[in-house]
Design a protein around this ligand. Structure first.
Ligand SMILES: [Zn+2]
Length: 182
């Protein structure tokens, strides 16, 4: 993969990520970084044309993104340590409510773009900053990952289980999308 930065005439900064793909795609990250994914040889003029065609969509999305609530990692190491402890305690309190779903390990760590993840050996990672969210959203993140211990996908079965364990999970998911990992 190769990355390069550009700036459209209309002053929309973007990054081009080239790989072996055939089609072009736009990704607007929650922090409003605009990324164009395309093939190795896609001419710049076509890339810019593509962005221009999508410009009103991009601008609208950017406005939505700027209404997001940033959740910031504390800069002081001692505060980070305290936050790690807090997030771990809160996550454990949720896990204890589901004794039939036990992760092999719980890791609290900084993640740029994800609130949580679960791997095939049952290790659940929760974002360090999750402890700063309202408790019901942290609960959603943890229960979501616990459901991956049963269904390692986002299938209908997964969502049924999640809704069964945590009624109203979908609306919590929506609420969570208002927060940005900053
Ligand atoms: Zn998931």
């Amino acid at each position: 993969m190769a990355r390069s930065d550009g700036l459209l005439q209309s002053s929309l900064p973007y990054t081009v990520v080239r790989s072996r793909r055939k089609t072009m795609a736009l990704v607007l990250h929650p922090d409003n970084q605009l990324e164009v994914r395309c093939g190795q040889k896609m001419p710049l003029v076509e890339i810019e044309q593509f962005i221009r065609e999508k410009e009103s969509w991009i601008r609208r999305k950017m406005q939505e993104n700027s209404r997001l609530i940033p959740i910031q990692v504390p800069s002081e190491p001692s505060q980070q340590t305290a936050l790690r402890k807090l997030t771990r305690q809160k996550a454990f309190a949720v896990i204890e409510k589901y004794p039939h779903l036990v992760p092999s390990q719980l890791v609290i760590r900084r993640q740029r773009r994800r609130w949580g993840s679960c791997n095939k050996s049952g290790l659940v990672s929760i974002n360090l900053c999750a402890g700063l969210l309202p408790d019901e959203l942290l609960e959603y993140i943890v229960v979501h990952e616990l459901c991956h211990l049963v269904h390692f996908d986002h299938s209908a079965r997964f969502h049924r289980l999640l809704e069964q364990l945590l009624p109203g999970a979908q609306s919590r998911k929506k609420d969570l999308q208002r927060y940005l990992i900053a």
